[in-house]
Design a binder for this molecule. Structure first.
Ligand SMILES: [Zn+2]
Length: 58
C-alpha cells in the first residue's frame, strides 16, 4: 500500500494519488501561490523560462 502524496494520509490503490486527489493537490498549490497567475510567475522564476500553452517547433 502507498500513502497518497496529496497529504490526506489515505492509502492509494497503487498509484501516487487517491482518485481525484491530484486535482485537490493542484488546487491547493494554486491557492497557496495566490492563484494560477501567481503560481505561473513563481514557477517561471524557478525554471528560468516562460510557461506558455503555445506550441513550439523546436
Ligand atoms: Zn490524497
Amino acid at each position: 500500500m502507498t500513502t497518497c502524496i496529496c497529504g490526506c494520509g489515505e492509502q492509494t490503490k497503487g498509484g501516487k494519488f487517491r482518485p481525484g486527489h491530484d486535482q485537490k493537490l493542484r488546487a491547493a498549490i494554486e491557492d497557496a501561490a495566490g492563484g494560477l497567475e501567481s503560481l505561473r510567475v513563481i514557477v517561471e522564476k524557478h525554471i528560468g523560462r516562460a510557461i506558455t500553452t503555445a506550441k513550439t517547433d523546436e
